[in-house]
Design a protein around this ligand. Structure first.
Ligand code: GLU
Length: 262
């Protein structure tokens, strides 16, 4: 997997189900392991951008709500609260490893609009040149209905293209893409996908947890977008973030989606 092995600029996307417990509270151990790995990779000279979900999920936990609000203002409010908590944790944890983070809250129109896209690229470039780690989420407190990406798998693919990333790594709560329902005993992990065909898309179900937004479908669509832009994509389990080392060593981890050549 030369695309991943030689990657210099990498977008890592982490989902709510990886970052939180079923209670909605942050999974501190998991966050610590993730931040430790990413900090070490940054120390090794890689440029890492982290697309994080979890604002709404963590907000729900912090506000003590019984469930994710169904109405838009409820989700906006939960995101306002949860985003602070998330960044507090990232700032603290990355800080412990000597890294500085910068927050970018993006809406779809920021990438669609040429002037705003340019501004965004400038901010990313300067953060990288200052050696800071950009942390991105959708701006859920203002991005509602028709202006949303809606899921961070999609957002992460757009960010990867925007910043000319070499690879996109999507961390989730399964080992990758399976040839049938992963809960079935004879389900097998698909290690490499060269082309995301309709048959491959048909293997994905809907969202697997009540805390996140995406499921395998959104990951496949994100992989489709990224690979079409020449960016190799891997969907792997976020349970053991240090598996990213093996991946960058050229070993097989999760499901690899090959970048399309020009
Ligand atoms: N932006 C949402 C959040 O931070 C997550 C969207 C998603 O789960 O993909 O809660």
């Amino acid at each position: 997997m030369p695309g991943i092995k030689n990657a210099k600029r990498i977008v890592v996307k982490v989902g709510t189900s990886t970052l939180t417990h079923a209670t909605g509270k942050t999974n501190i151990k998991r966050m610590q392991q993730l931040v430790c790995t990413l900090s070490d990779l940054a120390n090794a000279g890689l440029e890492i951008a982290l697309v994080t979900s979890g604002a709404i999920g963590v907000g729900v936990g912090k506000l003590g709500l019984k469930a994710r609000p169904k109405d838009t203002p409820g989700r906006q409010a939960a995101a306002c609260v949860g985003q602070c908590e998330l960044m507090f944790m990232y700032d603290k944890l990355f800080g412990e490893y000597g890294h500085t983070v910068g927050q970018l809250l993006i809406t779809k129109s920021d990438i669609d609009n040429a002037d705003r896209r340019e501004n965004l690229i400038n901010a990313f470039d300067r953060l990288f040149s200052y050696g800071a780690i950009p942390i991105i989420n959708e701006n859920d407190s203002v991005a509602v209905e028709e202006i949303v990406y809606g899921d961070n798998d999609n957002l992460s693919a757009h960010v990867a293209k925007l910043i000319g990333a070499d690879a996109l790594i999507i961390l989730t709560d399964t080992d990758g893409l399976f040839d049938k329902d992963p809960s079935l005993e004879d389900a097998r992990l698909i290690p490499v996908v060269d082309e995301i065909t309709d048959d491959i898309l048909a293997l994905a179900g809907g969202s697997s947890t009540s805390r996140g937004t995406g499921g395998m479908v959104t990951k496949l669509l994100a992989a489709q977008y990224a690979t079409a832009a020449g960016i190799s994509t891997v969907v792997m389990n976020g349970e053991a973030p240090d598996e990213i080392y093996r991946l960058l060593d050229g070993r097989q981890v999760g499901t690899f989606f090959a970048a399309k050549k020009d």
